[in-house]
Structures are given as C-alpha cells and as structure tokens.
Design a protein around this ligand. Structure first.
Ligand code: ATP
Length: 372
C-alpha cells in the first residue's frame, strides 16, 4: 500500500463563539510521522477532524494525493483515526480481540488466514495480550486507549490520524509505545499525522514537527531545526526548555541591555526595541572561563538535581525575574553557592516584543506563563 500525502490549504474553522483555525496551510509528506504540537485548545483536534471529514471547515480545502476531498464523506476517506474520545469508539458488546478483528475484517487486503496472527501481534505491541477476552468496560482508561490504538493500526491504512493516543499512559508505557509506534511506522511506511500537547513526545516521534498556537501554525520543520532555530519566542519557549530574559536593544549591533547586565547576541533579531532573550539550559556553562564565552552573569545556586545522565542547576540572577535553568552533562557538583554562568552570542536568541508569536494577541505575559 502506498503512503498518502495530505495538503491542507487556507483552512479555517469557526464555531459560534470562536475561531479554532485561522487559515492553516500544511503539507504532510507521504510516509512521514508529522507531529502537530501545541497547547491545549490551540486547534489540533479540530484540524484532525477536518481532515477526517468529521468537522466541516468554514473555508479552505483538503487534498489527499492531489485529489480534493473537502466534501468527501468521512466513510469514503479511508483512513485510520485514533480519537481522543476513544471510550465512544470501542464496541462495548465485543471483547478486545473482537474489537480489533472488526477493523481487520473491513480491510479487503487482509487475508482471512492472517487475521488471528495479526491480532496477536498488535495486542502484543500495545501490551494488552492478556486482555484479549475482556470487554472494554472492564479495562482502565489507558488500556482502552491502547486497544483503540491497536484497532486502528491493525487496519494498516495508508493514512493514520492519531489524536494524543498516549495521553492516558504512565511515563514508562508512553516510552514503550513511542518505540513500538516507530517500529510499526517503519515497517508499514504509512503516513502518520499525530497530535499531542506533549512537546517531549513530539520531539521524539516526529520526522516533521508542526507547532501550533491559537489556531495558527507558528513553525514547521524537523525537530532539530525547530529546537535549535525557533522562529518565534513562543516556539522557543514551548518546544524544549528555555530561559527568558527581558531587555532592550542598545543601538550597538547585537548588544542587549538587561537589568542583569549587557548581553551580546550573534543575531539581535528584528522588531521593536524591547526584546526577549531566550537561552537553552544546555547552552549555559557553570563557572566558565570568562574569556571563552561571550556572556557572563553572576548568580546564586538555589538547587541542584541529578536526572539520569544530566545535572540541572537552578540559579537566581539579580535582574532576571525567573530563575535560570542550567543543564550540564553527567553528574556535576559545585563547591560555591555564588557562581558565574556563561554562554555564547550564537546561543542568545532575541525576539522583538512585537514578534513573540504569529498570533497577534500573544503577549509577554503569555510567554512567561508557558512552562514557568
Ligand atoms: P486539546 O489538546 O485540549 O485537545 P486542541 O488543541 O485539540 O486541544 P481543539 O479541541 O481543536 O483544541 O479546540 C480548539 C478550540 O475550538 C477550543 O477553544 C475549543 O473550545 C473549540 N471547539 C472545538 N470543538 C468545538 C465545538 N464542537 N463547538 C464549539 N467549540 C469547539
């Protein structure tokens, strides 16, 4: 089966009280895992439902492999859809095995002799092998969610829409399922369009990452390009951790005045005089050689946490409202409470206050709230 491409053009959706999507343009490449990430309520589910035909767009069009399907009935779109409201989609009068079997039997391409093996494989994949004869009402929310995932993936559709399918699982199971999803995807080469509000999961799963905010797309790119080169402060703050420092361009190329001191940026950005500086925690050094870094500030260590193979320090710096997060590889200790932190000009991301986000109503207060 060939993977399918999806093109969304100028798609808008207004409900009575509000506009959920503002002119979305998006190309989903065949065979990719495209992950749409954004805060709760930014329009991710509405976008998927428009693609599935379950919500009628107010404006715009949707194409599959170059064919316009905007007015096609949902049943004729031939796709797999793992809903967020999975409780409503499992058949209550059928066991877990029967639920998965129904999906498989609908596929003309599946050989009847293979069906039981395929059910075994997919139940194992989602770690519910021992629940095959149980009914949905006897399963936990997380188990039901995995059965729904199994049901949709077993059908092997060339386009699968997944709406936060791992949201109800604990951390370990989420990690295992991410791995299994990757394996399944690599084996099938189908197109997955995956929605989540979990930015770590988005970075781990995506071939292509789409960051949404308030019904608009802020940035599209590989996870690495979005992480290292966020086009807006919203993206920098939402995808991965970042430290935020407010300042003013001081007229000299690349120089930023802040209450904590002068900073140097390789690219001082554009927009208004008032700026927000973002610095990734892993770009900051503790007690650096002052001649080896472009920016140094004095601060006080407020906390230290060893997490697996990294150490995080929380440092308060006079003149910076939030504490500064510093992330170093390995297990690191410092002797002193008073420390110098430092980082380079090219790790200093600068945004004018008028270009924090593509959402015109997005404000500095919103940026501060994100993952604060
Ligand atoms: P979450 O991550 O919480 O699921 P989301 O990004 O998927 O959020 P949507 O569910 O698409 O967001 O909702 C986008 C906006 O549209 C929200 O403000 C929501 O209240 C509104 N909305 C969605 N569906 C409807 C509906 N059927 N009627 C009215 N408003 C709706």
């Amino acid at each position: 089966m060939a993977a399918r491409s999806v093109r969304v053009a100028e798609l808008s959706k207004s409900f009575e009280a509000e506009t959920a999507l503002h002119g979305i343009d998006l190309d989903v490449s065949p065979g990719d895992i495209t992950v749409v990430v954004g805060p709760s309520g930014c329009g991710k589910s509405t976008l998927l439902k428009c693609i599935a035909g379950l919500v009628d767009p107010s404006e715009g069009s949707i194409q599959f492999d170059g064919t316009d399907v905007t007015d096609r009935r949902p049943a004729d779109r031939d796709l797999g859809f793992v809903f967020q409201e999975f409780e409503d989609t499992l058949f209550a009068h059928m066991t877990v095995r029967e639920n998965v079997r129904v999906g498989l039997e609908q596929q003309s391409s599946v050989d009847a002799a293979d069906i039981e093996t395929r059910i075994d494989d997919i139940l194992e994949m989602v770690a519910v092998s021992d629940l095959g004869d149980d009914y949905p009402e006897n399963l936990s929310g997380g188990q039901q969610q995995r059965v729904e995932l199994a049901r949709q993936l077993a059908r092997d559709c060339d386009l699968v829409l997944l709406d936060d399918p791992l949201a109800d699982l604990d951390y370990k199971l989420q990690k295992r399922m991410e791995l299994e999803l990757h394996r399944r995807h690599a084996a099938s080469n189908n197109t997955y369009l995956y929605v989540t509000h979990n930015q770590t999961q988005a970075l781990e799963l995506a071939d292509e990452l789409v960051v949404m905010n308030a019904g608009r797309i802020e940035q599209v790119g590989t996870p690495a390009s979005v992480y290292h080169d966020p086009e807006t402060a919203f993206v920098g703050r939402f995808v991965g951790d970042s430290n935020m420092i407010e300042g003013v361009r001081d007229g000299t190329e690349g120089a930023i005045s802040t209450d904590a001191g002068e900073l140097v940026a390789a690219d001082a950005g554009a927009g208004s005089e008032e700026v927000v500086v973002l610095v990734r925690p892993e770009e900051i050094e503790l007690q650096p050689d002052p001649d080896a870094v472009d920016n140094t500030l004095e601060g006080r260590v407020q906390g230290r946490t060893f997490i697996g193979d990294e150490t995080e320090f929380i440092v308060s710096v006079p003149g910076i409202e939030d504490t500064v997060l510093v992330r170093l590889p390995g297990s690191v200790t410092v002797d002193a409470d008073e420390v110098t932190i430092g980082w380079d000009a090219d790790a200093t991301l600068v945004y004018g206050l008028d270009e924090l986000s593509v959402d015109p109503d997005f404000a500095l207060a919103d940026l501060r709230e994100l993952y604060s």
